[in-house]
Design a protein around this ligand. Structure first.
Ligand SMILES: *Cc1c(COP(=O)(O)O)cnc(C)c1O
Length: 400
């Protein structure tokens, strides 16, 4: 008989009861180091006093009013994001997919309103992940996720990442713009080179196209800058954010330049819950922490230190790990063994990680992680790798 909770995930058989900082406690009383952060979402870790305080206080005032009224918390939050980014205007929603869905709509509307309605197509990238709604699935382009869901939403062309000639060749009379993740998360921590992002910007400027970036996973401080594209010294025309934006409270956002945002006039887009007072209170608390002086620089430092530790592991256990990837606290280890075996061994050690494509396990601790906690994770990785190395050797001997 089917589970009452629809079985759309194959879940690890652990349930958590509470968390504190980077740690989670299971209902069996075991403590785990959370280097998954609920898929790069619990940016302040668990039970963060400022986040809990902000949510609790706002819940007691007013949770929801709908967007038919002014929402001062949302106006202030949008202003903070505008002040800290390339954007002139922000739309709030509830998830990454919803943000990308709106982003796609903005791109199409801007083209339609500027006399180019035939330009509705976006160039996207192999290995991308943009969400599970019908349009964002089409933008994702993964055949496995699309199968069985009827006609694929039209308007998305896929080319290899970091291949600027392929992008150039894909531009046609119907192209509206380019949609790219500066670092692909689900795709296996695959980064665009800074030169590639610069070349995309130049190509868009040359052809009058819109450069759109999906910063749902790599944004909101994950790489040690508010947005990952800042590292390349280029800015998009429109970007999506979600995951870490409200520290685990569901929220998404579209950030856009005025030239695009002005086309989403009243009635052209909406979201009942989007940017409600409770979600905004959570996001304000996250910004209070991650935009405080020195915080993001420390993410850069901690990330470089952790990555050096991962690189040492790759050196020491090449039968288990073949490559360390990523930037800031958006890191990955490419595995030589099936990632499910690696993940299982890590859970036995008490370390939670998240799988990605290309046989990569992702390490994305809360941004508040300490050096000592990173060292504890490295110890667990080392212990698991030592055990897995023995298994790999036994298998090699048996196969010989
Ligand atoms: C997770 C993710 C999404 C989808 O976000 P949801 O909140 O699950 O809808 C979109 N883009 C990227 C890059 C993501 O990592």
């Amino acid at each position: 008989m089917i589970a009452a909770l629809m079985p759309t995930y194959s879940r690890a058989p652990i349930a958590f009861e509470r968390g504190e900082g980077v740690w989670l406690w299971s209902d069996q009383g075991r403590r785990y180091l959370d280097f998954g952060s609920g898929v790069a979402t619990s940016s302040l870790g668990h039970n963060h006093p400022q986040l809990v305080g902000a949510i609790t206080a706002q819940a007691a005032r007013v949770i929801h009013v709908s967007n038919v009224f002014r929402i001062p918390e949302a106006e202030r939050l949008a202003q903070r994001l505008v002040d800290a980014s390339f954007a002139d205007s922000v739309f709030f929603c509830n998830s990454g997919a919803e943000a990308n869905e709106g982003l796609i709509k903005i791109v199409r509307k801007a083209m339609a309103e500027t006399g180019r309605p035939e330009r509705y197509r976006l160039i996207c990238f192999e290995g991308a992940f943009h969400g599970r709604t019908l349009a964002t699935l089409a933008a994702t382009g993964n055949a496995k996720y699309l199968a069985g869901f009827g006609p694929v939403v039209d308007g998305f062309d896929h080319v290899p990442l970091n291949d600027i000639e392929a992008v150039r060749a894909a531009i046609g009379p119907q192209t509206a713009g380019i949609l790219v993740e500066p670092i692909q998360g689900e795709g296996g921590i695959r980064a665009c080179t800074p030169a590639f992002l610069k070349a995309l910007r130049a190509l868009c400027d040359e052809h009058g196209l819109i450069l759109a970036m999906d910063e749902v996973q790599c944004g909101m401080g994950r790489t040690g800058r508010l947005f990952a594209h800042e590292w390349a010294g280029v800015a998009p025309d429109v970007a999506s954010a979600a995951k870490g934006i409200a520290g685990g409270f569901p929220m998404g956002a579209i950030l856009a330049r005025e030239s695009l945002a002005k086309h989403l006039t009243p009635g052209s887009h909406g979201s009942t819950f989007g940017g409600n007072p409770l979600a905004c209170a959570a996001a304000h608390a996250v910004l209070d922490v991650i935009l405080s002086p020195g915080f993001l620089d420390d993410v850069v430092r901690k990330g470089a230190r952790l990555k050096a530790g991962l690189e040492a592991l790759v050196q020491k256990f090449p039968t288990v790990f073949t490559e360390a990837r990523g930037q800031g606290l958006l890191l990955g280890l490419k595995c030589a063994l099936p990632q499910a075996e690696v993940q299982e061994a890590l859970i036995q050690e008490g370390l939670l990680v998240i799988n990605a494509a290309e046989n990569v396990v992702r390490l994305m601790p809360p941004l508040i992680v300490s050096d000592a906690e990173c060292d504890a994770a490295l110890d667990m990785l080392r212990a698991a790798a030592a055990r897995l190395h023995k298994t790999a050797n036994k298998r090699a001997v048996a196969a010989a």
